[in-house]
Design a protein around this ligand. Structure first.
Ligand SMILES: Nc1ncnc2c1ncn2[C@@H]1O[C@H](COP(=O)(O)OP(=O)(O)OP(=O)(O)O)[C@@H](O)[C@H]1O
Ligand SMILES: O=C(O)[C@H](O)CO
Length: 383
């Protein structure tokens, strides 16, 4: 294939997300760089691992120069976990999945009714303690469906049952909620810019709400989904009694249903919703890197229908297309036809399965196979 630059002087920007389950975004960038350099030893390559607010977001920020801060926080089941946030100057990147993500559950365990976001609130508090004035709150990949009640509790809110006792952790416990009191919320929240960097734009409840759409991936049965939907709707009504109509407006807003409704909790404390990949591209310094590039390589584990709905490669491709830069993609598996890729601004995708048809092998041996894929890209675009 002809080199798009026509003179062998491509400047490549690798801006890919992780291959979930096989490679981190940093490893994807390293392997692609290694493969390209094997074909063109002096290739100009810049790596900018990306994330969409879900798991991997703190790692991407750290790769872009943020400092990693670790704290002990509550995991989804209340167990102690080590969770990190990222800080640069007075901007923090807090990833809810660090404390409350699916990967924080013991292997094979799901707890759709009882998982709590308390640890995410502890992470936000730690970011405030560290002096953050802007907090990018990346959400997605959660184990939880508690409407952010755990997070708000860690930040000073009180959620009580009819006997004045705290309700049980998790979305299930919200069915017993009688009163909500937000008066004790950390006052520093009023002074920070809080950005809800969300992977999805669902409302809190209803057919497109958090329990119905994302409950099943957290192990919720149809009965659990119904119970969670009712509990979250009840929670929103109790909050409406406590703070007025804006509670109901937030529940219906885009992103309220992100990460089991933690989006709703974040909106209640003044967060502004933005698509996660857009926020992260800003935070990571994508625009200046894009300006330097002539060819962009994006990607993720599975390029599929979901990718087109605001996932990292779609966000990267949209920004690159707007800047008139050529975009190709690497992925583990490819489930999109060339026309759909084209519409998303991706000229060509290179799945690992083109080299190794056995998906299990592609996952087990992802790094070396990705290097071979990158060698092919080097031959197609850099020589
Ligand atoms: N090395 C690989 N080879 C083949 N398929 C892979 C490989 N790594 C990951 N996958 C596929 O990609 C899926 C993960 O997809 P992906 O990395 O796009 O994350 P996701 O589930 O869309 O979540 P997120 O929104 O966090 O990116 C895996 O379940 C698997 O099917
Ligand atoms: O965590 C979740 O529920 C999904 O990633 C959607 O935000």
């Amino acid at each position: 294939m002809a080199n798009a630059a026509g003179n062998g002087a491509q400047r490549v920007l690798i801006a890919a997300d992780k291959f979930k389950g096989s490679l981190t975004a940093v490893q994807v960038a390293e392997r692609v760089t290694a493969g390209l350099r094997r074909v063109v030893p002096g290739a100009e390559v810049e790596a900018l691992p990306v994330a969409d607010g879900g798991d991997g977001t703190v790692d991407a920020a750290v790769a872009a120069g943020f400092e990693r801060h670790e704290i002990k926080a509550a995991g989804p089941l209340g167990q102690e976990v080590t969770a990190a946030f990222a800080l640069r100057g007075d901007t923090a990147v807090v990833e809810m999945a660090e404390a409350s993500g699916l990967q924080r559950l013991p292997k094979g365990v799901f707890a759709p009714l009882t998982s709590s976001t308390y640890g995410s609130g502890e992470l936000l508090r730690a970011a405030l303690d560290a002096g953050a004035r802007t907090i990018v709150f990346g959400v997605g990949g959660s184990a939880t469906t508690d409407g952010g009640a755990g997070m708000l509790t860690a930040l000073g809110a009180r959620f009580l049952d009819k006997d004045g006792e705290p309700v049980a952790p998790g979305g299930g416990g919200l069915a017993d909620l009688a009163t909500a009191d937000l008066s004790g919320l950390d006052p520093r929240l009023a002074d920070v810019e809080l950005v809800l960097a969300s992977d999805v734009d669902n409302p809190l409840t209803g057919p497109k709400g958090a329990p119905a759409v994302y409950g099943p991936q957290k192990g919720a049965s149809p009965d659990d989904v119904e119970a969670l939907d009712e509990a979250l709707a009840h929670y929103a009504r109790v909050l409406e009694n406590a703070i007025g109509a804006k509670a109901a407006e937030h529940a219906a807003s885009p992103g309220a249903g992100a990460a089991g409704g933690i989006g709703y909790g974040a909106l209640l404390v003044g967060a502004r919703f933005r698509p996660g990949i857009e926020v992260m591209l800003d935070v990571l310094g994508f625009a200046p890197a894009l300006e330097r590039a002539t060819l962009v390589i994006t990607g993720e584990g599975s390029l599929d229908e979901q990718t087109l709905h605001g996932k990292a490669p779609a966000g990267v491709a949209a920004a690159a297309r707007a800047a008139n830069k050529e975009v190709i993609a690497v992925c583990g598996r490819l489930a999109l036809p060339p026309q759909a890729l084209g519409r998303a601004g991706i000229r060509r995708a290179y799945p690992l399965t083109e080299i190794e048809p056995d998906v299990a092998k592609c996952i087990a041996d992802a790094g070396p196979i990705l290097e071979r894929v990158a060698e092919q890209i080097g031959r197609d675009f850099l020589t």
